[in-house]
Ligand binder design. Sequence first.
Ligand code: DAT
Ligand code: MG
Length: 150
Amino acid sequence: KERERTFIMVKPDAVQRGLVGNIITRFEQKGFKLVALKMVQADEELLRQHYKDLVSKPFFPSLMSYMTSGPVVPMVWEGDGVVKAGRTILGATKPSESAPGTVRGDYAIDVGRNVCHGSDAVETAVREISLWFPEGVTKWDSHSESWIYE
Ligand code: DAT
Ligand code: MG
């Protein structure tokens, strides 16, 4: 059965701070299934497409330099309701508003260093997954399937 997918990306600050495993663990332990993962140095062209709705924002140039400052870890997670759940796991965009227990609530202070990206809607996820993983994702059967879904 094909389930909903979301695009999650560990940002350069979180890679530098050794938070990659922690972020992956939160999605794994919830029961979501990892179907794509890599480490890349993103270029401006890719990020301009990823953040196409933000190009005219005053913070866009600093967002570009932050996101190109080091490697990122894009990934795709699968599971029922994973887009909304992913946003909940990450917390509010501004760490000052993100609850404790969320990734940003636990590990970030500044909106310009907010640790991780997550798709905001199912259609956005489809677009972001094809942008970052033009090679496609990996199909595999999880032995946990029947222990996670009724
Ligand atoms: P989100 O990443 O929660 O989906 P977004 O899509 O509105 O939030 O913005 C993308 C990123 O741009 C966000 O993670 C951090 C940066 N950003 C957003 N609003 C900002 C602001 N007011 N000042 C500085 N950076 C901001
Ligand atoms: Mg967004």
